[in-house]
Design a protein around this ligand. Structure first.
Ligand code: B12
Length: 493
């Protein structure tokens, strides 16, 4: 069969510094191709041919759409409605499709949802579509039966070693390079799936069932070597919820990189408490240049509340050790926890300001679809999200506290968030090549590139929204001296 896999574009999106190759779709494409099907990927996050032209030229039998973030809602619905009009069966997959299956099927433009991992489910679905199988017999599927959502048995996770090596010919890798952390051609490569944690604000527990699976190192290095040799890759951002769960795993990776004589720089998102000073020095010596840590809060009570297991005593020394080793760090925090007090938020602010972190990322705790807090806030009546997918997509989850359950006024929370954003924006950073640059400089250049890359309408929309965002952060930080005093928001301590 001929399958068209579509990566739906986020709203106001152009080819920008936040793009990544659609690794999930590439994996499904490679798997289905290995089983004798013909597949094409249409990535709408990249400047592209029109869908109409793609359908005319490729003439698929079925269309699959990736829906992993709410930002993709409008485009995913638009693409699916167009394909349905042409009489094509439409499948959705990805994190949001899985957890919002009821809302997705209610749009009327989706026939099947692949819940969880999509490779084997898509392959079996093709037999359903060609009439060889009943949908009820396919695990990991949601569809409407007699007007009601029918969900089949959970599909067991695949052993990632059984998947074929990714076929990069489905995309043009050069379109996905980013210049970040001193790398000119940095790319996302996936190294593991899931996380053993149970954090109430994360989608991982329902999606990966709090499991962690490693991709074989041979597969990871096959991607990296292919991209280095054929496309000049010089940096790898590891797509993983947690990069290495143990020192042993990290050592195996570094030794393999050394054995193969590879020189690329790398980084990703990892946890406090796995590595110490000696490890960070060793990691830096083996190409690690940036690490992102989800610290979330300085309050032990709040940590407990959101079921995050982390030793708060190790946070300061971890950032100090990274700074000593020359690794750029991003400290990610959450404000607006349910029942959060002034004392709790001050513990977070004081911890954040005491860290030798290069950058901060402050977000507001929100009841994001799929996370445990999405279920608990709906059950206790504190949050009644709309049923319509398009209306849900308009809610500023994470940017603002949704719902607002903290004892700290919302306006104060936004000022605290923006204060740390401003600190990151104005902080000097050492990049992979050892040069010091202002993050602001890179952010401004990237924003200008983004603004110019999308044509006149996008130019005005993006220029306008970038200016509004900048002015709002600037005024929140500089025109609220009383709030800053209240939370002691003054430079680093
Ligand atoms: C790399 C990555 C990105 C890349 C883009 C990836 C892409 N597809 O284009 C970048 C950096 C651009 C990105 C951006 C964002 N991301 Co992101 N990202 C990831 C990350 C770290 C890895 C994903 C990955 O490549 N995994 C490896 C591949 C092989 O697995 P996979 O993507 O899960 O794909 C499998 C299944 O999902 C499924 N599947 C996926 N699509 C489809 C489609 C069909 C038809 C079928 C059948 C199956 C199927 O089958 C695939 C193969 O097994 C995940 C973390 C995670 N746990 O997944 C977050 C994650 C997906 N991102 C997330 C978020 C929130 C975002 C942003 C909204 C962040 C922001 N505030 O801007 C943006 C949205 C941008 C957009 N395009 O709309 C969330 C999504 C859930 C949520 N809470 O909303 C995740 C889960 C992180 C998290 N724990 O919160 N992201």
């Amino acid at each position: 069969m001929k399958i068209l896999l579509v990566n739906a574009a986020p709203t106001f999106y152009t080819n920008s510094f936040t793009t990544s190759a659609p690794l999930g779709l590439m994996s499904i494409a490679t798997y289905c191709q290995q089983h004798g099907h013909t597949v094409q990927i249409h990535d709408r996050t990249i400047k592209h041919a029109s869908l109409k032209k793609v359908l005319r030229d490729f003439s698929p039998d079925v269309v699959g759409v990736s829906y992993f973030a709410l930002k993709q809602t409008k485009d995913a619905i638009k693409v699916s409605a167009f394909c349905k009009k042409k009489g094509l069966p439409v499948i959705w997959g990805g994190q949001m499709a899985t957890v919002l299956n009821e809302e997705v099927l209610a749009t009327g433009v989706v026939d099947y949802i692949s819940m969880g991992e999509g490779e084997a489910t898509t392959l079996e679905l093709l037999d359903v579509i060609s009439g060889k199988k009943a949908p009820e017999t396919v695990n990991g599927l949601a569809f409407l039966k007699d007007g009601k959502v029918h969900i089949t048995k959970h599909r067991d996770f695949l052993d990632l070693a059984e998947l074929p090596l990714l076929d990069w010919s489905f995309i043009r890798p050069e379109l996905y390079f980013q210049s970040s952390f001193g790398c000119d051609k940095m790319m996302y490569v996936y190294i593991s799936k899931g996380c053993p944690g149970h954090c109430t604000f994360c989608i991982n527990p329902p999606f990966h069932r709090s499991t962690y699976r490693k991709r074989p190192l041979e597969h990871v290095f096959a991607d990296i070597e292919f991209l280095m040799k054929n496309h000049g890759l010089d940096g790898v951002y590891f797509a993983a919820d947690v990069l290495f769960l143990s020192k042993k795993e990290m050592h195996e990776f570094c030794e393999e990189r050394k054995r193969r004589g590879l020189t690329f720089f790398w980084g990703g998102q990892t946890k406090i408490g796995i590595f110490d000073e000696e490890d960070f020095a060793y990691m830096h010596a083996n190409g690690c240049r940036w690490l992102f840590f989800g610290v979330e809060t300085g309050s032990p009570e709040m940590l407990k509340k959101v079921k995050k297991s982390m030793n708060l005593d190790l946070v300061e020394e971890t950032f100090a050790a990274c700074a000593e080793a020359g690794i750029v760090t991003i400290a990610s925090f959450i404000v607006s926890f349910p029942d959060e007090t002034y004392d709790d938020i001050m513990k977070t602010i004081n911890l954040a300001l005491s860290l030798k972190s290069t950058m901060y990322n402050f977000n507001c705790l929100s009841a994001c679809p799929g996370a445990e807090i999405w279920d608990t806030t709906r059950a206790d009546g504190s949050f009644s999200p709309p049923k319509s997918l398009l209306k849900l997509a308009k809610i500023p989850f994470i940017d603002e506290p949704v719902p607002h359950l903290s004892n700290i006024p919302k306006k104060d929370i936004i000022i605290i968030r923006d204060y740390f954003q401003w600190l990151s924006f104005t902080s000097p950073q050492t990049s992979a090549d050892g040069k010091k640059t202002l993050f602001a400089k890179k952010a401004i250049i990237d924003t200008i590139k983004l603004i110019f890359s999308g044509g006149p309408i996008k130019f005005f929309v993006l220029a306008f929204s970038a200016a509004i965002k900048f002015l709002s952060v600037f005024s929140n930080v500089h025109f609220h001296p009383k709030t800053r005093k209240k939370y002691n928001l003054y430079k680093k301590r």
